[in-house]
Design a protein around this ligand. Structure first.
Ligand SMILES: *Cc1c(COP(=O)(O)O)cnc(C)c1O
Length: 345
């Protein structure tokens, strides 16, 4: 068992967290004169209630099959990424090892927190997880390691056994971002949080759940790490309307829509290689495709003229020549195919 407590910044371990009026009084009965709110009801004049947040937490926890004390709800996964740095990394001293290419926020949050970032390139073309090189980048000041699976922008999910090797060998905190796990044919690594004290799994309601505008991200780990996140977060990090809407939207059955997106992804992956300008479509376990083309900027501009906005990743290391295309509705995907056809003719 790893000693997680010694990885926590001393000021965080010693923190007396801010206690809100609603932490101290959780009820809703009576006349509330404790939080300096405006007393006139307009449906959002009160600070978010603890019970409402707990209801969302209980629902998400049940969906994920974890107990609520192992789940943190953040203002997007981005809040959870930032909290990893704020809880575990001493600015100006500690460092984080991050796979590349991957999601930009791991590096941006490192920069914001004045934490050195050590970028480790994936294996070229296969985009496989370079387990040995990641471990070789670690030194005694490495507190965090970020892995994203399925990875953005490469689209591939890593073998669970490779991720587990990192969890077992790395002495710091391994953060596995599974924002796209609902689209993946491979199993995720959520069960690792019960076997390794140093694992945090991030997921989100922004992708498969279709709730990007709500800003709700999930961090799942052992109760100790989750309690640290809850102490360091902003007091009311998720608003009343967001919580109410989340509880309503979480009643949906997303499986049919996810299945359609996956089917459309696979259909596009089958059709795109037929175009002359397409050199390669990388295998995807996510809701987007990384596509290598002859002239990425030219195709990007042509698609833009046709009213289609894709992501140009051609200047990113190992993604030279690549556009990242998010899978749309069947109708949108038809428009994409037609636009590429027009571009070629
Ligand atoms: C889209 C995405 C997220 C989601 O972030 P939110 O803040 O939850 O919307 C997280 N990680 C990766 C890799 C992503 O691509």
């Amino acid at each position: 068992m790893k000693d997680i407590k010694k990885l926590v910044r001393p000021n965080i371990a010693a923190l007396t967290p801010y206690s809100t009026a609603r932490d101290e009084y959780k009820g809703s009965l009576g006349i509330l004169m404790d939080a300096n709110e405006n007393p006139y009801d307009n449906s959002v004049n009160r600070y978010p209630s603890t019970s409402q947040k707990e209801a969302v937490r209980a629902r998400v926890a049940a969906l994920k099959g974890v107990s609520p004390e192992k789940l943190f709800l953040g203002n997007g996964s981005d809040e959870a990424i930032d909290l990893c740095y704020r809880v575990f990394c001493e600015p100006g001293r500690d460092n984080a090892v991050i796979i590349a290419p991957s999601y930009g926020m791991y590096g941006v949050c490192a920069d914001i927190n004045n934490v050195e970032r050590r970028m480790v390139l994936l294996e070229p073309e296969t985009f496989a997880l370079p387990v040995e090189r990641l471990l070789a980048a670690v030194d005694s000041d490495t507190r965090l390691m970020f892995v994203c699976s399925p990875n953005n922008p490469t689209g591939n999910a890593f073998a669970a056994a490779d991720i587990e090797r990192l969890a077992a060998s790395f002495e710091g905190i391994l953060v596995v971002d599974e924002a796209y796990i609902d689209f993946s044919s491979k199993p995720g690594v959520l069960p690792l949080i019960d076997r390794y004290e140093n694992v945090i799994v991030l997921q989100t309601l922004s992708k498969a759940w279709g709730l990007a505008g709500l800003r709700i991200g999930l961090a799942m780990s052992n109760p100790y790490i989750i309690s640290l996140f809850r102490q360091v977060k902003y007091p009311y990090n998720i608003g009343t309307d967001t919580l109410a809407l989340a509880l309503e939207k979480l009643q949906a059955d997303i499986a049919p829509q996810v299945a359609e997106i996956v089917a459309e992804r696979d259909r596009l992956a089958g059709l795109l290689p037929a175009f002359k300008c397409v050199q390669k479509v990388y295998p995807s376990d996510a809701n987007f495709l990384l596509v290598k083309v002859d002239e990425p900027r030219g195709l990007y501009d042509a698609l833009l003229k046709a009213g289609l906005i894709v992501r140009d990743r051609s200047t990113v290391a190992l993604c030279e020549g690549c556009l990242r295309i998010t899978v749309g509705t069947p109708d949108e995907n038809e428009k994409l195919l037609k636009a590429i056809e027009d571009y070629e003719s």
